[in-house]
Design a protein around this ligand. Structure first.
Ligand code: HEC
Length: 198
């Protein structure tokens, strides 16, 4: 009899501990962050999430490319694309990128990494938080224009929590606005013209 009582008590203590643990974890996740904390979280996610790889132009040093912090997240910096043999691009063939990882050539045509700074004319200035979240959740430019092209990994970032996406948006509002007009994407049937004669 005592033995059963002891086992019963042990089990209920274990369940109680588990409940305390669950409620504590939920408390942390649901904690409302201040605007400052949201910006810090967004900065952490962006800095560790690889966004700079494609969206920040590079400086070329002896040890290879490094991020050009004066042009942080301002997108493909422009300039002529180097020559490319179109026979090498396509399904089951190669995908190509230029030295800043800002322009990408593949079966989808040519895509250019967007300007993520809050510049109104060329960046995300006019994009609201709602439009921004929709762009990453559903893969739509500015949340309302056209499907986002590869290699923007929106399918991966779209899995983040609402809080994470809001934090990324909050942080991107605070970075330096940079005027940089990124070219429109080039459809596959027009790619040849871009590289013709190079
Ligand atoms: C592998 C390259 C790559 C990485 C890494 C990447 N992006 Fe992109 N991103 C792109 C390209 C290319 C486009 C433009 C796609 C197009 O024009 O359809 C883009 C477009 C976007 C857009 C749409 C801009 C608009 O005007 O609506 C947003 C927002 C965005 N990226 C945010 C991010 C964030 C935030 C990260 C990091 C968490 C990130 N990207 C990482 C390549 C990348």
């Amino acid at each position: 009899m005592h033995k059963f009582l002891f086992i019963g008590l042990t089990i209920s203590m274990f369940v109680a501990l588990l409940l305390i643990q669950v409620s504590c974890t939920q408390e942390v996740e649901n904690k409302t962050l201040s605007q400052e904390e949201m910006i810090a979280l967004g900065k952490y996610i962006v800095s560790t999430g690889g966004c700079d790889d494609c969206h920040t132009p590079k400086i070329f040093t002896e040890n290879g490319p490094v991020f050009d912090t004066t042009r942080h997240l301002s997108g493909f910096p422009g300039g002529e694309l180097p020559s490319l043999d179109m026979d090498m691009i396509g399904h089951n063939k190669w995908i190509a990128t230029e030295k800043h990882l800002g322009a990408w050539v593949g079966p989808w045509g040519i895509s250019y990494a967007a300007n993520l700074t809050p510049d109104t004319a060329t960046g995300l200035g006019i994009v609201t938080e709602e439009m921004f979240i929709k762009s990453l959740r559903e893969g739509i430019l500015k949340g309302m224009m056209r499907p986002l092209l590869p290699p923007m990994p929106w399918q991966v970032y779209g899995m983040k929590t609402d809080q994470d996406l809001k934090a990324i948006y909050a942080y991107l509002r605070t970075i330096k606005p940079i005027y940089n007009e990124v070219p429109q994407p080039v459809p596959p049937d027009k790619m040849g013209e871009v590289f013709a004669g190079k």
